[in-house]
Design a protein around this ligand. Structure first.
Ligand code: GDP
Length: 139
């Protein structure tokens, strides 16, 4: 499975604004297969664990506050070169710099409220997928 999947999160503000379905549609049109999907609200402990690598950075507290502020939608996406291709589909972390036609260009508001998360390596995709989903929840 390595190299074949990535993990995405539709972040709170995008869920609140009703962008979940349009984003999932772009994911489908982009050739990804959704092999796991759920809606949940992060608690602080889990959000801090998920973003452990950013602890200590100036934006860390704001990122945690934002990610626990409302429900999120989490999915595992399958495709060859999933991590790399999904990073292309979502665009730059800062929507002002995101390429035309990318998810962040279309649906993000700011660097913090940037609509979606995408794993940045196969190793992190594996860690993040098992963070949210048990084997029985993956299809
Ligand atoms: P990503 O892989 O493109 O999501 O970016 P990173 O892994 O570098 O950062 C994780 C998340 O932290 C981003 O998606 C942003 O929501 C947030 N973030 C990153 N850098 C900044 C920053 O400089 N300022 C703020 N406010 N948030 C940031």
């Amino acid at each position: 499975m390595n190299g074949r999947y990535t993990l995405t999160i539709v972040k709170p503000r995008a869920v609140e604004k009703g962008y979940t379905a349009p984003i999932l549609n772009m994911i489908h049109e982009g050739g990804f297969r959704i092999s796991a999907l759920k809606m949940l609200r992060f608690n602080r402990d889990d959000a801090e664990r998920f973003y452990e690598v950013h602890r200590g950075r100036p934006f860390y507290e704001g990122l945690i506050e934002f990610m626990i502020s409302g429900p999120i939608v989490v999915a595992i996406l399958e495709k060859e070169h999933a991590v790399e291709d999904f990073r292309k589909l979502i665009g730059n972390t800062d929507p002002a710099l995101a390429e035309e036609g990318t998810i962040r260009k279309l649906y993000a508001e700011s660097v913090r409220s940037n609509a979606v998360h995408g794993s940045d390596s196969d190793e992190n995709a594996a860690r993040e997928a098992s963070f949210f989903f048990s084997t029985a929840e993956r299809f």
